[in-house]
Design a protein around this ligand. Structure first.
Ligand code: NAD
Length: 335
């Protein structure tokens, strides 16, 4: 089995590659990643030297480069490659459309031409838009994206669906809630708060901090994708979630408590435009049809994650000195 993982140098993709190499030592894994600001080969140090693993630096929107990768014979594609940060999509929507929509279409064409056995599109619960105080997203919830990021992911989802309906491509789409765990780029909430708190920097919180997200440990997301590759019914969408809804403020307070830092670091900043109020996932379908069960409890998972960032300061300190600094200043005022 030869697996093409795109975006494998990012947060979830790298965790997924390490998970699959361990679980299926007989599989070959090709990691295609453009190494944008979010891609980091440091995440994959454990895979270096493994003869089953291969890295190729390429852009998913580059048809020639993608065709060349498929020439080596690919059985399954898992597409993680994306621009993934909502705030950046407000600053630069065009990059999101190029990678997330056009890049996915290039991959779909190559997958179709090479008759792959499965194409898994890793999508997000954000495509469904925002919930009120009650209810959960099911796979039948209409798409109602509110940010350029989620709109570009929804566009990709519809293309994936179309390649199944029109060309019979064996596809699945997964829509997962917020992930947390090791190797998450420090622009995202949990690593941002851990890193800033450790440096006694102010902790920017959008609006009133009461926006709700569902949180899932990254390894539980990986195990769900593994099941979808092997057991997913072609053409189906699977929601993935942790049943762990928390307000952003509650997450921040949990981190501060674990780090023994003061809540005085919290600074409320102007809300993000189009900020979705609540996401909540109904994961009954993947649970009942594919037998998926998350293994991590949020309370222990978050502790482990904080500990990982404490033990791997070099990893995030290196990132925070580069391009990230300019972005942070643009977004929050001062570095
Ligand atoms: P990330 O930003 O950490 O990583 C994205 C990776 O894609 C990087 O390695 C980057 O270099 C690569 N990439 C970007 N543009 C590329 C291009 N044109 N060609 C090739 N590679 C390119 O993202 P992540 O948090 O790991 O998310 C991975 C996927 O999972 C995304 O598709 C995202 O929409 C989805 N997702 C993320 C979450 C979450 O909580 N992080 C939740 C649900 C779904």
């Amino acid at each position: 089995m030869k697996l093409l993982v795109t975006g494998g140098a990012g947060f979830i993709g790298s965790n997924f590659i390490l998970y699959m190499l361990k679980k299926y030592p007989e599989y070959q894994i090709v990691n295609l990643d453009a190494l944008t600001y979010a891609g980091n080969l440091e995440n994959l140090k454990e895979a270096e030297g493994n003869s089953q693993y291969q890295f190729i630096k390429a852009d998913i929107a580059d048809g020639m480069a993608v065709a060349k990768v498929f020439d080596q014979g690919i059985d399954v594609v898992v597409n993680f490659a994306a621009e993934s940060h909502v705030d950046r999509s407000i600053l630069e929507p065009d990059v999101f459309v190029r990678t997330n929509v056009m890049g996915t279409q290039v991959l779909l064409d190559a997958a179709k031409a090479n008759q792959v056995k499965k194409f898994v599109q890793v999508s997000t619960d954000e495509v469904y838009g925002s919930l009120g105080e009650t209810g959960l997203f099911t796979e039948d919830t209409p798409l109602a994206s509110n940010s350029p990021y989620s709109a570009s992911k929804a566009g990709a989802d519809l293309l994936v669906r179309a390649y199944h309906e029109t060309f019979g491509l064996p596809v699945n789409i997964t829509r997962c809630s917020n992930n947390y765990g090791p190797y998450q780029f420090p622009e995202k909430l949990i690593p941002l708060i851990v890193a800033n708190a450790l440096e006694d920097k102010s902790l920017p919180v959008y609006g009133d901090g009461q926006n709700i997200r569902d949180w899932l440990y990254v390894e539980d997301h990986c195990s769900a994708i593994d099941l979808v590759i092997h057991k997913g019914k072609n053409g189906e969408v699977y929601n993935i979630g942790g049943n762990n809804e928390r307000t952003n403020l509650a997450i921040i307070k949990t981190i501060l408590e674990n780090l023994d830092k003061s809540e005085e670091l919290i600074t409320f900043v102007k809300d993000r435009p189009g900020h979705d109020r609540r996401y909540g996932i109904d994961a009954a379908k993947i649970t009942s049809e594919l037998g998926w069960q998350p293994q991590y409890h949020f309370e222990s998972g978050i502790k482990e994650t904080i500990e990982w960032y404490l033990q791997n300061k070099n990893w995030w300190e290196n990132i925070r000195t580069g391009e990230y600094k300019d972005y942070y200043t643009k977004q929050y005022g001062s570095a």
